[in-house]
Each structure stands twice: as C-alpha cells, then as structure tokens.
Write a protein that binds this ligand. Structure first.
Ligand code: NOJ
Length: 564
C-alpha cells in the first residue's frame, strides 16, 4: 500500500478506550472524577497500549442523562474541571502518542439549555425554531420512544405556548431542529471550537435521530437532505482537521449503515459501531456456536477502504439485543441475564462481560481475543481490561458506570472522599475493588490486564486486521470461528472456540488453488505464545483449540506461496 493511500487514516487500526472523566479518577478528592485526575492516569492508558481516548460527555449539564443533556456546547462541567484542564489533558495525551475524541451530542440539548429556555417562551422568540414544535395534537407515539417505561411519547406539550416539542429521548432532552441553518451553524461552530483546542474527532451521538427531519417545518426551502448535511459536516471537519474523525452511533441494519458511511463514496461517517456483530456475538456465546456471528460477518457490506467498523463487547449503555429476534434475545437473556433486574427496556442487559460469563477466565479472554481479531477497530469501555463487573444496586444504565477500580484501598482507589460523597459507589462483592483492581492486575503476569495489553500490542503489530480483506475459512466444527485477514501481501489467521469442549481444527487456510511447490517452508507462526503449525503437503493445517481457546497466527511463507 502506498503512503498516498493509507497515511493518516489512523482510525483504521486504532485502539479506542472510552471513559467518563466523572468516574475515572478523582484528582481533587471531592468524590467526583475530574480532568486533573484523568491527567494523572494518562500514562496508565499509554502503558495499556491505547491509541485514542474517547471522552464521554463532559459539558455543563444538569446530569439527568449522565451528561447526554448538555446546557452549553462550549463549556466544561464545573465538577470535572475547566477548559484549561481539558487542554492540559489533551496535550498530555498527545504527548504520550494518543489521540482524543469527544462525545458530541447534537440531536438534542438539555431543556435547561439557554436556547430551549428562550425557545419555549413564545411562538415568535428568535430561538423558537432551534427546536421542533407542532401545534396539533400528536398521534400515539408510545412505540417510538427510545426509553420505554420512562417515556410514553416523543412529543410533550409545553405550558407556555400550548404547543408540543419533539424529544426522541427523555422529555428533558428536546430535539434540535437541524433543518434550521442557524442550528447547523451552531453545531459547526461548536465542532470548530473543540477541534481548535486539539480534539481529533467526535463520537457522534444518536446519528439517525440527529438527522431525522420529522416534525421540522414543511417549508421546502428549509428542508435539507440528511445525508448531504452529514457529508457537509464531515467536509467541514476535515477542512479544519484533515485527519479528524466522525465515529457515529447508528444502530441500524447494515444496508442503512452503509448510507451513513456515505455509500461507495464514503464521505459521511468515517466509522460506525458494529452493533450487529456485537449482538450476534452474544447469541453465538449463548449457543456455544460460532455460526450466528459468522453468518452476520458474511452479510456485512463492503465499505469504502478509508472507512472502518468499530468493534466492541459492550458500551456504556444497556447491552442492546434489539436486532435479535424475540426468541434469540430470550436465549441470550436466559444464558447471561436471567433476572429481571439484569435486563433493561425489554431489549438489553445491564451487565458487564465477566459476570455474565461467571468469571470464567478462559471464556472472557476468548471474547477479547475475538474482539481484537475481528475486522475493524476495537473499542474498550473502561474497566474491561481488568474484568470489572457491574453494580446491580445502581439505577438503570448506571450499573455499568461504576468508578474505575484502581486498587483495593478505600473507594477502590478512585477517590479519597468519604464514601457518602462519591458520584457513584464502587462495585460490591467478588467483582469489587478488593478482588479486581489495576494495582494487583498490573503486578500479576498472568492477569487479564496483561493479556489485554498483549492483545493490543498484537493488534497494533498486525495491520492486516484493521486494514485487510476479511474471509471466513471453512472448517467442520460449528463451535469454531476461523478467519483470515490479508493486507499488503501478508495474512493473519485467527481461530476461536465458542465451545466448552476442547477441539481440533483442520482446515485449508491457503485456498484450494495454492501451488503445492509454494508450500515448502511455509508455516503458521503463532502470535500468542503457542507452537507454530506446519502446512501438510496439501496446504492444510491442523491444530488444537482448548475449551474457549483462541489462536492468532501469521502465515509465514516464501514469496511464491500465493493465497487464493
Ligand atoms: C446515546 C447514548 O449512548 C446514551 O447514553 C444517551 O442516553 C442517548 N444517546 C441520548 O443522548
């Protein structure tokens, strides 16, 4: 590959780490994490091998949706620090070779945002059209709410003017009207502001809702094509920062996701989370059968080579299983979250992986090995690298947002404040800081932390994974996922056993048409500390996989071994 084609597309094989400064590390001892604390932990992230930090919302907020309810798109929540602290953090991360992307929430604001405070005052307020209003009684939209059980309509009647405003999420999160050019300018200005401070891109919240023009004034002149707008926003971003990235939250079928990439031109979102592979992975885990995930990966559309899928095991929300059928979802619930208290919104789980897998170290490692080996860019949610569990005593999605567990000290080393002042309580019980924490994990050579750090190194050393062409390889066992990725003449081969039974894998990794003479001296070089595997005379390999085993190989071959 030439420099002209690949240089600066850093997101193609980044390692992204998502954290909320509020729950990461408390630098001033008041019980809430903050930027001064985060700065002290930048070296921790560098040592793990992270290349990009994704900051969850840190803007001023009444905090009714964990910061996804913003009152000022140019500011910093005072509890977390100042703009100066943010800049110090960005500078420190960059000094350690890491990029920083920020959650960008522009589908809606908080209802306490000064724009909405103005907008609701009167029909002719200059800010009225910053939001989406209707004067007629809305139909029943109870099946469209994103937070079922918390909201029953996407429209709420406002007392002052007697009209209804749109809110796809909670009623305290009124939707901005992107059909209004003034709103689009505000969004661009805010993006420009953060880029100027050194941010490398954005995790764009709720993209399909943000671009949805429902309820916007019918006036044709005011209407925009959502995809033209997204392309324009991306273009703006790249004029300000040539390697700035837009990582979008789009939980839709692949054919729709393709549109948000900008189709064959690839000029809208650079990256999107692969929600479907995530959900199918859980179905495969529940069934101990790799085929649901394999079938899904086969159906994933080809995207523009500059674009990328973001692979993840879980994010900060409920682990959504909304794209599974009802019976499939029930299977996953039964396997990994049978109690009602573990489930949310009838579609997801508020648990972290290690508890779902009953702490089985082999199975947990298999899942992370899988995530790092699937074609895309891996995204870790803080605490995954040490195997943190969830706090089911906490409300809703807060279950997976407990403080980072740094040590076995008071409050898990997160804060020196009295426990009653903590922004969130640490996990209780066998997944709590007494047993699961960074300090002991870093000391123990065989810990999950060291395993994840090794995976990160291998991932970074294997550009075939982020950049390459992905292919599933045929082999007889339903519990095994065997795939290869080829890039720039080099191939890696990855094997994962979803089953609790040890098994042997026998497969052709070179393809049927490989010239036999090319096999002389070729072998699979083990990348994770196992034995190398030779090819037989027909180009087949055979190796063992432990229960929930995983193997990473690179095809080591003389120049003339051509893979087909
Ligand atoms: C998606 C975010 O991931 C979620 O946490 C938030 O509640 C909604 N968008 C609304 O901003």
């Amino acid at each position: 590959m030439s420099i002209a084609e690949t240089s600066d597309l850093w997101w193609k094989n980044a390692v992204i780490y998502c954290l909320d400064p509020e729950t990461f590390f408390d630098g001033d001892g008041d019980g809430t994490g903050d930027f001064s604390g985060l700065i002290q932990r930048v070296d921790y992230l560098a040592a793990l091998g992270v290349t990009c930090i994704w900051l969850m919302p840190f803007y001023p907020t009444p905090d009714r949706d964990d910061g996804y309810d913003v009152t000022d798109m140019y500011g910093v929540d005072r509890r977390l620090g100042t703009l100066g602290d943010v800049v110090e953090f960005i500078r420190t991360a960059k000094d350690r070779g890491m990029r920083v992307i920020a959650d960008f929430v522009v589908n809606h604001t908080s209802d306490r945002h000064p724009w909405f405070v103005e907008s609701r005052k009167s029909l002719d307020n200059p800010y009225r059209d910053y939001y989406v209003w209707r004067d007629d009684t809305p139909p029943d939209t109870s099946d469209e709410v994103v937070f079922p059980g918390e909201e029953s309509s996407i429209w709420t009647r406002d007392q002052a003017t007697g009209e209804w405003y749109l809110h796809m999420f909670a009623k305290h999160q009124p939707d901005l009207n992107v059909a209004n050019p003034k709103v689009r300018d505000e969004i661009a200005k805010s993006m420009g502001f953060w880029l100027q401070l050194g941010i490398d891109g954005f995790r764009l919240d709720a993209v399909p809702f943000f671009l949805e023009l429902r309820g916007a004034p019918e006036d044709k002149a005011a209407r925009i094509d959502p995809h033209d707008y997204l392309a324009a926003l991306r273009s703006f971003l790249n004029r300000r920062n040539g390697s700035g990235v837009l990582l979008g939250e789009v939980n839709l079928p692949y054919k729709d996701q393709l549109k948000y990439f900008g189709g064959p031109e690839g000029n809208e979102l650079n990256m999107q989370f692969d929600f479907l592979s995530m959900q199918m992975m859980y179905l495969s885990l529940a069934r101990e059968d790799a085929r649901p995930l394999a079938t899904n990966l086969k159906s994933r559309p080809k995207i523009h080579p500059d674009n990328q899928w973001a692979m993840f095991v879980r994010n900060h929300d409920e682990l959504t299983l909304d794209k599974l059928s009802d019976t499939e979802r029930e299977e996953v619930f039964a396997a990994f979250g049978p109690d009602e208290n573990m489930q949310m919104y009838g579609r997801g789980l508020r648990r972290r992986l290690p508890t779902m897998l009953s702490g089985d170290p082999a199975r947990i490692r298999m899942v992370y090995s899988l995530m790092f080996s699937l074609p895309g860019t891996p995204v870790l949610f803080y605490g995954e690298e040490i195997g943190m569990g969830e706090d089911l005593r906490a409300e809703g999605r807060s279950a997976v947002r407990s403080p980072m567990q740094w040590s076995s000290a008071e409050n898990g080393g997160f804060s020196t404040a009295p426990a009653k002042d903590l922004v969130a309580q640490p996990v209780d019980g066998s997944f709590g800081p007494e047993f699961i924490n960074v300090a002991s994990a870093k000391r123990e050579p065989g810990s999950l932390w060291n395993f994840v750090a090794t995976l990160i190194q291998r991932y970074r050393e294997s550009p075939e994974l982020g950049w390459g062409d992905f292919e599933l390889l045929k082999q007889p066992s339903a519990q095994v996922l065997l795939h290869r990725s080829t890039w720039s003449g080099s191939t890696v081969v990855l094997a994962h056993n979803f089953g609790a039974e040890r098994t042997s894998v026998s497969a052709s990794v070179t393809g049927a048409g490989t010239a036999k003479q090319g096999l002389a001296g070729a072998y699979l070089e083990d990348l994770l500390g196992g034995e190398d595997v030779p090819f037989d005379d027909d180009g087949n390999v055979r190796f063992e996989l432990d229960r929930y085993g995983y193997r990473w190989f690179r095809v080591h071959r003389p120049e003339n071994l051509k893979l087909v």
